[in-house]
Write a protein that binds this ligand. Structure first.
Ligand code: SF4
Ligand code: SF4
Length: 469
């Protein structure tokens, strides 16, 4: 173990080299020019993101425990692709020893925020918090890309523009399919095109009133935070969630003013935009006075529950955060016994489950989906190996680093295939998109679904519910 006083970017370079196995250490990220320029920057000039995180950075004892299971480090074996490497770089930025430039920015972007490092760290460090803070500082210094800036500041916080954007994406995704593999796009590589999902011009929420009453007397009042993907892309999952909750006797609130949870902006380092979205959703969902706020997207859920308190203040967001619950957990705890299941013997199905990182490591929901799949009539649950390993999707990571995303996902696809299951269920639209990409390439024939859709297929739903009460 390295002593704390050795926490300098020079020392970690030497230290890492001696621990490096297999490949040679990549010195490119520590260039002489960086030192010379960086030395002129004082710590007080460091923008706000990393400022105040000194004690969190200090928690990292540089043991390299987080190398194990880090998808990006496993891929490249480069120190700067590990949590430890990024914490050291962040520390150097904070101290003014490292001047961020576009190459450093790209290194910080090359992290899936999968939280494996947070989970395995024996010292209780939180590298993801440090990495996202560093992204924020770097973004403030260098500015973001024109397109991402427009999307974060203009489109995602604005319901109307977001709907228009979905319409544009519908046209764009249609054209994209017709076009040959244009290598000028970041998500096209070596003749391979990233799968773009179908967008719906009409929002799911527009099919329902804001308050959906169940056929009988409601036993609970639940606000459903659909997230953008269930609202505009994977509407089958959103509709399943609504119909299951209604069938169990819940009053469901669908707030049309809901905006993006802010995750894309937050993880890209645009904290101002993330805050705007958090404020809007916080006010809207607090005012509706629901018993709980259910999410069917792992990332939305973990952002609402864990990041909103960081953005809005722990005390202010405490009650809000406590109300956030993942749909699968709600299903097991409150709905299961109220549902009318079909006889599954006529519909046998083998199903495996992929743990979304933000659900398993973020919201700590792992037992409930398995419980559901083990009890679901006609379903034989087949656990895959390394079910909690990241699939390599991680939102914009798979766009910026398409090749690496496929390479990281290849192992996941192998696990899915080796499980022998016909279907892989998950509870995150981003994972679903990536798993569809992967199954198409490496595990053909495997269907990818949201757990809610599987459950919906196996319950009886009254005419009143189907008619969107
Ligand atoms: S983040 Fe944790 S596991 Fe990784 S090097 Fe630091 S102390 Fe060790
Ligand atoms: S969040 Fe995941 S990809 Fe990023 S450093 Fe940690 S383990 Fe590696």
């Amino acid at each position: 173990m390295v002593a704390r006083k050795d926490r300098s970017i020079n020392k970690i370079m030497v230290f890492s080299d001696s621990f490096h196995i297999g490949k040679s250490w990549d010195f490119r990220f520590i260039r002489p020019a960086v030192y010379n320029k960086g030395m002129n920057t004082t710590a007080s000039e460091s923008p706000a993101g990393l400022k105040g995180l000194e004690s969190l950075i200090e928690k990292c004892v540089l043991c390299a425990g987080c190398h194990a299971g880090c998808p990006t480090y496993s891929l490249s074996r480069m120190e700067h692709d590990s949590a430890r490497g990024m914490v050291v770089m962040a520390d150097a930025i904070l101290k003014g020893e490292l001047e961020p430039d576009t190459s450093i920015a790209r290194k910080f972007d090359h992290c899936l925020t999968c939280m494996n490092c947070v989970e395995v760290c024996p010292a209780g460090a939180d590298p993801v918090k440090v990495i996202t803070a560093a992204r924020s500082d770097i973004r403030r210094k260098l500015g973001g890309g024109i397109i991402s800036n427009r999307i974060f500041t203009g489109v995602l916080p604005n319901r109307t523009l977001l709907t228009l954007f979905a319409g544009l994406m519908t046209i764009a995704s249609g054209l994209y399919r017709l076009l040959p593999a244009l290598e000028i796009l970041p998500f096209v590589s070596r003749g391979r095109k990233k799968t773009i999902p179908d967008f719906h011009i009409r929002r799911l929420k527009n099919d329902y009133p804001e308050i959906i009453r169940p056929p009988g007397k409601p036993f609970m009042r639940v606000a459903y935070f659909t997230g953008c993907m269930a609202d505009s892309v994977y509407q089958d999952a959103g509709r399943s969630v609504i119909e299951i909750m209604q069938s169990a006797g819940m009053e469901v609130i669908l707030l049309k003013g809901e905006v993006c949870c802010g995750a894309p902006a937050w993880f890209a380092g645009d904290r101002e935009s993330a805050k705007k979205m958090a404020e809007k959703n916080f006010r809207l969902f607090t005012d509706c006075e629901a018993d709980c706020i259910v999410t069917s997207c792992a990332t939305c859920g973990s952002v609402l529950k864990e990041i909103y308190p960081q953005i809005l203040g722990a005390k202010r967001a405490e009650a809000f955060s406590e109300k956030i619950i993942d749909f699968q957990k709600l299903l097991v705890e409150k709905l299961w016994d109220r549902l009318d299941f079909i006889n599954g013997a006529d519909h046998p199905l083998t199903v495996t489950y992929h743990d979304p990182c933000h659900l398993s490591r973020g919201m700590k929901v792992t037992a409930e989906p398995r419980d559901i799949l083990q009890k679901l009539p006609g379903v034989e649950f087949m656990e895959m190996e390394n079910a909690s390993a990241c699939c390599g999707g991680a939102g914009t990571f798979s766009i910026k680093f398409f090749d690496d995303s496929l390479e990281i996902g290849r192992e996941k696809a192998e696990s899915v295939k080796n499980s022998g299951a016909e279907v892989v269920a998950t509870a995150c639209p981003s994972c679903r998109l990536q798993l569809s990409e992967l199954s198409g390439r490496f595990a053909p024939g495997v269907r990818v679904v949201h757990t809610a859709s599987l459950v919906r297929e196996r319950i009886r739903v009254s005419e009143a519910v189907r008619k969107k009460v």
